[in-house]
Design a protein. Sequence first.
Length: 342
Amino acid sequence: MAFSTDIGIDLGTTNILIYIRGRGMVLNEPAVVAVEQKMQKLLAVGSTAQKMLGRTPENIVALRPLREGVIAEFDFAEMMLKRCLAMALKRKHLLRPRIVVCIPAATTPVEQKAVLEAIARTGARETYLIEEPRAAALGANLDVFEVGGNMVVDIGGGTSDIAVLSMGEIVEGASVRTGGDKFDQAIIRYIKKEHNLLIGERTAESLKIAVGAAHPRSRNLETEVRGRDLLTGLPRPVKLNTAQLVQALEEPLDLILQGIKQVLERVPPELAGDIIGKGVILSGGGALLEGLTLFLSQETGIPFYLAEEPLACVVRGTASVLDNMARFRELLPSSRSLGVAF
């Protein structure tokens, strides 16, 4: 008997999450692959591949196939999708599932087609695309079909998607090419500039989680971090506190803030009034930065709230789409509407 099912995928720059209708979220793995270069053989995906980043011999490459929310390495992205789907379904062969995939709001038709083609080659029956902020709104249990404004900011690893929704559609939106990864890079630059010390991305991420913040009043912590001294080339520790991390994160946070302000400036007055009354929902892994709701609320004068389970908001939104496909089918780009052959 042929096996077919409905699947939702949050294909993120940092993580890939998979939802299966009737089973819930079944996979949450880093969006990383490790490949033997000469034979193009897939060695590992997810957390196993992530441990190899920066630690592989010359014949093996470990990388993220997506950058800033779009596919940068098509073949590696296809390998990752096939392996992750097989892991999620616990089967070696996928027989024609129907798939809903989340993409950044500002993805171009060319980028959309690349995602659809990668999914098609995994054996999907049909594929639909949904913008991440619309999926996040659904995952946060907002009534996106009501006559009134709902605003969502989804901060992922590579992009921050901002959208105001009404009657099922995005009325105004923007996609800012900054997110959790840029937070980490800003920390690396700050430590290099202020302490002449080089640290890696994983160390920067750990530092961000341990003592980082968007607002100095949200926490006051200190920790020690080790890196390579750029003068001596030797390992050296340095102590860092929350205030320093707030300073380090000013630039990427300001880019997100400016994107939010630009969207708010374009929103019709009636919808702006709705947003002021309801507030703005934050989702995505980047939204977990300590003090971010306080920072954005203070800078805009509008209340910001963290969604329940912000990491899973987007993939939960795909569940709503799959449960209400008759309502969404004509609203979403699909493999059929963009002419992707299966």
